[in-house]
Unconditional design. Structure first.
Length: 406
Protein backbone atom coordinates (compact mmCIF):
# COMPACT_ATOMS: atom_id res chain seq x y z
CA UNK A 1 0.00 0.00 0.00
CA UNK A 2 1.29 3.42 -0.92
CA UNK A 3 2.23 5.80 1.93
CA UNK A 4 1.86 8.86 -0.29
CA UNK A 5 -1.59 9.78 0.97
CA UNK A 6 -2.58 13.40 0.97
CA UNK A 7 -2.32 14.98 4.35
CA UNK A 8 -5.55 16.67 5.37
CA UNK A 9 -5.83 19.76 7.51
CA UNK A 10 -5.02 19.00 11.12
CA UNK A 11 -7.95 20.55 12.96
CA UNK A 12 -6.07 20.33 16.25
CA UNK A 13 -3.32 22.55 14.83
CA UNK A 14 -5.94 24.99 13.52
CA UNK A 15 -7.54 25.18 16.94
CA UNK A 16 -4.18 25.80 18.63
CA UNK A 17 -3.35 28.50 16.08
CA UNK A 18 -6.72 30.19 16.64
CA UNK A 19 -6.30 30.04 20.41
CA UNK A 20 -2.88 31.70 20.16
CA UNK A 21 -4.33 34.33 17.81
CA UNK A 22 -7.10 35.11 20.31
CA UNK A 23 -4.63 35.37 23.20
CA UNK A 24 -2.28 37.56 21.18
CA UNK A 25 -5.16 39.84 20.25
CA UNK A 26 -6.41 40.12 23.83
CA UNK A 27 -2.87 40.84 24.98
CA UNK A 28 -2.34 43.51 22.37
CA UNK A 29 -5.76 45.19 22.57
CA UNK A 30 -6.90 44.43 26.13
CA UNK A 31 -10.54 43.83 27.03
CA UNK A 32 -12.65 42.53 24.15
CA UNK A 33 -15.96 40.80 23.48
CA UNK A 34 -16.29 37.54 21.56
CA UNK A 35 -17.89 39.39 18.65
CA UNK A 36 -15.03 41.91 18.44
CA UNK A 37 -12.47 39.09 18.53
CA UNK A 38 -14.28 37.24 15.75
CA UNK A 39 -14.50 40.40 13.62
CA UNK A 40 -10.82 41.29 14.16
CA UNK A 41 -9.50 37.81 13.37
CA UNK A 42 -11.96 36.88 10.62
CA UNK A 43 -13.24 33.86 12.56
CA UNK A 44 -16.81 32.73 13.08
CA UNK A 45 -18.44 33.66 16.39
CA UNK A 46 -19.09 29.96 16.94
CA UNK A 47 -15.38 29.09 16.66
CA UNK A 48 -14.40 31.97 18.96
CA UNK A 49 -17.05 31.03 21.54
CA UNK A 50 -15.90 27.39 21.57
CA UNK A 51 -12.26 28.34 22.18
CA UNK A 52 -13.11 31.08 24.67
CA UNK A 53 -15.38 28.75 26.68
CA UNK A 54 -12.54 26.26 27.01
CA UNK A 55 -10.12 28.98 28.10
CA UNK A 56 -12.64 30.40 30.57
CA UNK A 57 -13.05 26.94 32.09
CA UNK A 58 -9.27 26.60 32.46
CA UNK A 59 -9.08 30.20 33.81
CA UNK A 60 -6.70 31.27 31.03
CA UNK A 61 -9.07 34.17 30.36
CA UNK A 62 -11.72 35.73 32.56
CA UNK A 63 -14.77 37.98 32.39
CA UNK A 64 -14.13 41.58 33.40
CA UNK A 65 -17.61 42.19 34.76
CA UNK A 66 -18.07 44.92 32.15
CA UNK A 67 -20.71 45.10 29.43
CA UNK A 68 -20.54 47.64 26.66
CA UNK A 69 -22.13 48.56 23.35
CA UNK A 70 -25.33 47.31 21.76
CA UNK A 71 -24.79 43.75 20.59
CA UNK A 72 -28.35 42.85 19.78
CA UNK A 73 -31.56 44.48 20.85
CA UNK A 74 -31.63 44.46 24.64
CA UNK A 75 -28.16 42.87 24.94
CA UNK A 76 -24.66 44.21 25.48
CA UNK A 77 -21.24 42.77 24.76
CA UNK A 78 -19.62 40.87 27.63
CA UNK A 79 -15.94 41.82 27.90
CA UNK A 80 -13.12 39.33 28.52
CA UNK A 81 -9.42 39.66 29.31
CA UNK A 82 -6.39 37.45 29.88
CA UNK A 83 -5.82 36.10 33.37
CA UNK A 84 -2.12 36.95 33.57
CA UNK A 85 -1.79 34.96 36.80
CA UNK A 86 -3.02 31.77 35.11
CA UNK A 87 0.60 30.62 35.19
CA UNK A 88 3.94 32.03 36.29
CA UNK A 89 7.22 32.00 34.40
CA UNK A 90 10.83 31.97 35.55
CA UNK A 91 13.54 34.07 33.94
CA UNK A 92 17.28 33.35 34.23
CA UNK A 93 19.56 36.07 32.86
CA UNK A 94 23.23 35.04 32.87
CA UNK A 95 25.69 37.89 32.39
CA UNK A 96 29.42 38.12 33.05
CA UNK A 97 29.25 39.50 36.58
CA UNK A 98 25.85 38.45 37.86
CA UNK A 99 22.92 36.16 37.22
CA UNK A 100 19.34 37.32 37.78
CA UNK A 101 16.50 34.98 38.74
CA UNK A 102 12.99 36.33 38.26
CA UNK A 103 9.52 34.94 38.84
CA UNK A 104 7.03 36.86 36.73
CA UNK A 105 3.48 36.69 35.49
CA UNK A 106 2.42 36.33 31.87
CA UNK A 107 2.33 40.10 31.44
CA UNK A 108 5.99 40.54 32.32
CA UNK A 109 5.33 41.83 35.83
CA UNK A 110 7.84 40.83 38.50
CA UNK A 111 6.60 38.69 41.39
CA UNK A 112 10.04 38.25 42.93
CA UNK A 113 13.64 38.77 41.84
CA UNK A 114 17.09 37.93 43.18
CA UNK A 115 20.67 38.33 41.95
CA UNK A 116 23.87 36.43 42.65
CA UNK A 117 27.41 36.40 41.26
CA UNK A 118 28.04 34.41 38.08
CA UNK A 119 30.72 31.90 39.08
CA UNK A 120 33.03 31.46 36.08
CA UNK A 121 35.61 29.55 38.16
CA UNK A 122 33.58 26.32 37.92
CA UNK A 123 32.38 24.37 34.89
CA UNK A 124 29.22 25.39 33.07
CA UNK A 125 27.59 22.11 34.10
CA UNK A 126 28.34 22.76 37.79
CA UNK A 127 27.15 26.35 37.55
CA UNK A 128 23.85 25.40 35.90
CA UNK A 129 23.22 22.67 38.48
CA UNK A 130 23.78 25.28 41.20
CA UNK A 131 21.32 27.56 39.39
CA UNK A 132 18.78 24.70 39.34
CA UNK A 133 19.03 24.37 43.11
CA UNK A 134 18.55 28.12 43.48
CA UNK A 135 15.50 28.06 41.19
CA UNK A 136 13.79 25.30 43.18
CA UNK A 137 14.54 27.08 46.46
CA UNK A 138 13.33 30.37 44.95
CA UNK A 139 9.99 28.78 44.02
CA UNK A 140 9.65 27.34 47.51
CA UNK A 141 10.38 30.72 49.12
CA UNK A 142 7.63 32.31 47.03
CA UNK A 143 5.15 29.48 47.69
CA UNK A 144 4.92 28.63 43.99
CA UNK A 145 4.60 25.01 42.90
CA UNK A 146 6.01 23.41 39.76
CA UNK A 147 2.59 22.91 38.15
CA UNK A 148 2.04 26.68 38.40
CA UNK A 149 5.06 27.40 36.17
CA UNK A 150 4.53 27.67 32.41
CA UNK A 151 8.20 27.62 31.39
CA UNK A 152 11.70 28.90 32.10
CA UNK A 153 13.49 31.39 29.85
CA UNK A 154 17.29 31.63 29.89
CA UNK A 155 19.29 34.44 28.30
CA UNK A 156 23.06 34.43 27.81
CA UNK A 157 25.64 36.45 25.90
CA UNK A 158 26.77 35.42 22.43
CA UNK A 159 25.30 33.12 19.75
CA UNK A 160 22.67 30.56 20.76
CA UNK A 161 21.17 27.60 18.92
CA UNK A 162 17.69 28.37 20.24
CA UNK A 163 16.16 25.26 18.66
CA UNK A 164 18.28 22.93 20.79
CA UNK A 165 18.92 25.38 23.64
CA UNK A 166 22.70 25.42 23.24
CA UNK A 167 24.85 28.40 24.21
CA UNK A 168 27.56 28.24 21.55
CA UNK A 169 30.05 30.72 22.98
CA UNK A 170 29.07 32.96 25.87
CA UNK A 171 31.92 35.48 25.69
CA UNK A 172 33.79 35.90 29.00
CA UNK A 173 31.61 33.20 30.59
CA UNK A 174 31.99 29.90 28.68
CA UNK A 175 34.28 29.36 25.70
CA UNK A 176 32.73 26.04 24.68
CA UNK A 177 29.18 25.05 23.63
CA UNK A 178 26.93 24.42 26.65
CA UNK A 179 23.69 22.41 26.47
CA UNK A 180 21.80 24.78 28.77
CA UNK A 181 18.31 23.48 27.96
CA UNK A 182 19.27 19.83 28.44
CA UNK A 183 21.00 20.43 31.79
CA UNK A 184 18.27 22.62 33.31
CA UNK A 185 15.35 20.50 32.08
CA UNK A 186 17.03 17.41 33.53
CA UNK A 187 17.45 19.12 36.91
CA UNK A 188 14.19 21.11 37.21
CA UNK A 189 11.77 19.09 35.06
CA UNK A 190 10.19 22.13 33.42
CA UNK A 191 10.27 23.37 29.79
CA UNK A 192 13.32 25.57 29.16
CA UNK A 193 13.91 28.05 26.31
CA UNK A 194 17.34 29.54 25.66
CA UNK A 195 18.28 32.59 23.59
CA UNK A 196 20.91 35.32 23.34
CA UNK A 197 20.17 38.33 25.53
CA UNK A 198 19.75 40.73 22.61
CA UNK A 199 17.45 38.41 20.61
CA UNK A 200 15.35 37.83 23.71
CA UNK A 201 15.11 41.58 24.24
CA UNK A 202 13.72 41.92 20.71
CA UNK A 203 11.07 39.32 21.57
CA UNK A 204 10.26 41.29 24.74
CA UNK A 205 9.78 44.46 22.69
CA UNK A 206 7.18 42.66 20.62
CA UNK A 207 5.37 41.24 23.65
CA UNK A 208 5.70 43.95 26.28
CA UNK A 209 7.13 47.06 24.67
CA UNK A 210 5.47 49.97 22.93
CA UNK A 211 6.83 48.90 19.53
CA UNK A 212 4.25 47.63 17.05
CA UNK A 213 5.12 44.63 14.92
CA UNK A 214 7.28 45.62 11.97
CA UNK A 215 8.15 43.48 8.97
CA UNK A 216 11.75 44.65 9.28
CA UNK A 217 13.63 46.43 12.03
CA UNK A 218 17.08 46.77 13.54
CA UNK A 219 17.32 46.51 17.34
CA UNK A 220 20.40 48.39 18.51
CA UNK A 221 21.52 48.03 22.15
CA UNK A 222 24.24 50.35 23.49
CA UNK A 223 25.64 49.66 26.93
CA UNK A 224 27.60 47.99 28.31
CA UNK A 225 28.48 46.55 24.91
CA UNK A 226 27.03 47.08 21.44
CA UNK A 227 24.44 44.45 20.54
CA UNK A 228 22.08 44.22 17.60
CA UNK A 229 19.37 42.06 16.08
CA UNK A 230 17.93 42.24 12.57
CA UNK A 231 14.25 41.42 12.16
CA UNK A 232 13.35 40.48 8.58
CA UNK A 233 9.78 39.76 7.52
CA UNK A 234 8.78 39.50 11.17
CA UNK A 235 11.46 36.96 12.11
CA UNK A 236 14.84 37.32 13.83
CA UNK A 237 17.60 36.73 11.32
CA UNK A 238 20.37 34.30 12.24
CA UNK A 239 23.13 32.83 10.11
CA UNK A 240 23.64 29.09 9.64
CA UNK A 241 25.95 29.30 12.68
CA UNK A 242 23.15 30.86 14.80
CA UNK A 243 24.80 34.27 14.85
CA UNK A 244 22.47 37.30 14.84
CA UNK A 245 23.43 40.65 13.30
CA UNK A 246 26.45 41.50 15.47
CA UNK A 247 27.39 45.01 14.38
CA UNK A 248 29.42 45.39 17.56
CA UNK A 249 32.02 43.13 15.98
CA UNK A 250 32.32 45.00 12.70
CA UNK A 251 35.95 46.05 12.26
CA UNK A 252 36.57 49.80 12.20
CA UNK A 253 40.30 49.97 12.89
CA UNK A 254 42.45 47.33 11.21
CA UNK A 255 45.22 47.65 13.80
CA UNK A 256 42.98 48.61 16.69
CA UNK A 257 42.63 47.07 20.13
CA UNK A 258 42.06 43.34 20.51
CA UNK A 259 38.36 42.64 21.11
CA UNK A 260 37.07 39.94 23.43
CA UNK A 261 35.93 38.09 20.30
CA UNK A 262 39.58 37.79 19.19
CA UNK A 263 39.45 40.31 16.34
CA UNK A 264 41.23 43.65 16.28
CA UNK A 265 39.50 47.01 16.04
CA UNK A 266 35.86 45.96 16.48
CA UNK A 267 33.27 48.66 17.18
CA UNK A 268 33.04 47.19 20.71
CA UNK A 269 36.68 48.21 21.33
CA UNK A 270 35.54 51.79 20.76
CA UNK A 271 31.92 52.00 21.96
CA UNK A 272 31.62 49.54 24.87
CA UNK A 273 31.40 51.21 28.27
CA UNK A 274 34.58 49.45 29.36
CA UNK A 275 36.56 51.09 26.56
CA UNK A 276 34.72 54.41 26.96
CA UNK A 277 35.84 54.55 30.58
CA UNK A 278 39.41 53.66 29.59
CA UNK A 279 39.47 56.40 26.94
CA UNK A 280 38.02 58.99 29.33
CA UNK A 281 40.53 58.03 32.02
CA UNK A 282 43.39 58.70 29.59
CA UNK A 283 41.96 62.18 28.95
CA UNK A 284 41.81 63.27 32.61
CA UNK A 285 44.05 66.31 33.03
CA UNK A 286 43.65 69.25 35.40
CA UNK A 287 44.70 71.71 32.67
CA UNK A 288 43.46 70.13 29.42
CA UNK A 289 40.14 68.76 30.72
CA UNK A 290 39.36 70.90 33.79
CA UNK A 291 35.61 70.20 33.80
CA UNK A 292 36.16 66.45 33.70
CA UNK A 293 38.86 66.76 36.33
CA UNK A 294 36.63 68.78 38.66
CA UNK A 295 33.69 66.43 38.12
CA UNK A 296 35.73 63.40 39.11
CA UNK A 297 36.74 64.94 42.41
CA UNK A 298 33.19 64.08 43.49
CA UNK A 299 33.76 60.42 42.59
CA UNK A 300 37.21 59.74 44.08
CA UNK A 301 38.70 60.33 40.63
CA UNK A 302 37.13 57.12 39.32
CA UNK A 303 34.99 56.76 36.20
CA UNK A 304 32.19 54.28 36.89
CA UNK A 305 29.03 53.04 35.20
CA UNK A 306 27.06 55.59 37.20
CA UNK A 307 29.08 58.64 36.12
CA UNK A 308 30.18 57.63 32.60
CA UNK A 309 27.47 59.67 30.88
CA UNK A 310 28.17 62.77 32.97
CA UNK A 311 31.86 62.47 32.09
CA UNK A 312 31.07 62.05 28.40
CA UNK A 313 28.96 65.21 28.44
CA UNK A 314 31.52 67.47 30.12
CA UNK A 315 32.22 70.48 27.88
CA UNK A 316 36.01 70.18 27.62
CA UNK A 317 37.08 70.47 23.98
CA UNK A 318 39.01 67.20 23.94
CA UNK A 319 36.07 65.35 25.53
CA UNK A 320 33.66 66.86 22.97
CA UNK A 321 36.00 65.73 20.19
CA UNK A 322 36.18 62.23 21.63
CA UNK A 323 32.38 62.07 22.00
CA UNK A 324 31.98 63.13 18.38
CA UNK A 325 34.30 60.30 17.28
CA UNK A 326 32.51 57.79 19.50
CA UNK A 327 28.99 58.58 18.26
CA UNK A 328 30.15 58.88 14.67
CA UNK A 329 31.74 55.41 14.83
CA UNK A 330 28.50 53.88 16.14
CA UNK A 331 26.40 55.74 13.54
CA UNK A 332 28.76 54.73 10.71
CA UNK A 333 28.56 51.00 11.45
CA UNK A 334 24.79 51.20 12.02
CA UNK A 335 24.29 52.99 8.71
CA UNK A 336 26.29 50.31 6.87
CA UNK A 337 24.14 47.62 8.48
CA UNK A 338 20.94 49.32 7.32
CA UNK A 339 22.20 49.29 3.72
CA UNK A 340 22.20 45.49 3.89
CA UNK A 341 18.99 44.70 5.79
CA UNK A 342 16.91 47.79 4.81
CA UNK A 343 14.91 48.09 8.04
CA UNK A 344 11.74 50.17 8.32
CA UNK A 345 12.84 51.41 11.75
CA UNK A 346 15.67 51.31 14.25
CA UNK A 347 14.76 50.55 17.86
CA UNK A 348 17.23 51.99 20.35
CA UNK A 349 17.75 50.31 23.71
CA UNK A 350 20.43 50.18 26.41
CA UNK A 351 21.21 52.66 29.16
CA UNK A 352 23.43 54.94 27.02
CA UNK A 353 20.53 55.51 24.63
CA UNK A 354 18.35 56.40 27.62
CA UNK A 355 20.23 59.70 27.73
CA UNK A 356 18.46 62.19 25.44
CA UNK A 357 21.64 64.04 24.41
CA UNK A 358 23.54 60.88 23.45
CA UNK A 359 20.51 59.49 21.62
CA UNK A 360 19.97 62.70 19.64
CA UNK A 361 23.66 63.02 18.79
CA UNK A 362 23.62 59.48 17.43
CA UNK A 363 20.50 60.11 15.33
CA UNK A 364 22.00 63.37 14.04
CA UNK A 365 25.21 61.61 12.95
CA UNK A 366 23.24 58.78 11.36
CA UNK A 367 21.13 61.22 9.36
CA UNK A 368 24.28 62.89 8.01
CA UNK A 369 25.19 59.55 6.43
CA UNK A 370 21.73 58.76 5.13
CA UNK A 371 21.22 62.13 3.42
CA UNK A 372 18.33 64.56 3.25
CA UNK A 373 16.35 62.60 0.64
CA UNK A 374 15.89 59.57 2.88
CA UNK A 375 14.28 59.02 6.24
CA UNK A 376 14.70 56.48 9.01
CA UNK A 377 12.28 55.99 11.89
CA UNK A 378 13.91 55.78 15.32
CA UNK A 379 12.03 54.55 18.37
CA UNK A 380 13.36 54.33 21.92
CA UNK A 381 12.69 51.15 23.85
CA UNK A 382 10.48 51.41 26.91
CA UNK A 383 12.07 48.33 28.47
CA UNK A 384 15.71 49.32 29.05
CA UNK A 385 15.27 49.59 32.83
CA UNK A 386 13.97 46.01 32.80
CA UNK A 387 16.76 44.54 30.71
CA UNK A 388 18.10 42.28 33.47
CA UNK A 389 14.93 40.16 33.37
CA UNK A 390 12.41 41.11 30.66
CA UNK A 391 14.09 39.15 27.85
CA UNK A 392 14.15 35.89 29.81
CA UNK A 393 10.53 36.39 30.91
CA UNK A 394 9.43 37.07 27.32
CA UNK A 395 11.27 33.97 26.15
CA UNK A 396 9.25 31.84 28.57
CA UNK A 397 5.89 33.39 27.56
CA UNK A 398 6.31 33.79 23.79
CA UNK A 399 4.68 30.51 22.77
CA UNK A 400 1.70 31.17 25.03
CA UNK A 401 0.88 34.30 23.03
CA UNK A 402 2.01 32.97 19.67
CA UNK A 403 4.13 36.09 19.24
CA UNK A 404 6.02 36.82 16.07
CA UNK A 405 9.81 37.30 16.09
CA UNK A 406 10.32 33.59 16.84
Amino acid sequence: MSNNKKQGINMGDVKIANRKAILERLHRVGKMSRKDIADDLGLTQGAVSLICNEMLERQIIQYTGERTGDFQVGRKKVMMEINYRFKYVIGIDISVKQTTLTIGDLNGQVISKQKFSTDITITANEFLKNVSVRVIKFMWENNIFKDEILAIGVTVLGPVNHEEGISLKALDIWDEPVHVKQILESEIQLPVYVESNVCAFAIAERLYGNIDEASSALFLKWGPGVGSVAVLNGDIYKSHEWVATEIGHNILEKEGLVCRCGQKGCLETIASTKHIRQSLTELIDAKKTPQLYDLLQQYDEEITRENTIACLLSEDKSIAKYLNYLVESLAYVTYNATKNILPEKIILCGYLFENTILREKFIEKFNLFIGKYHHMIFEKSSLTKKEDYIGSIALATKDFFGANLL
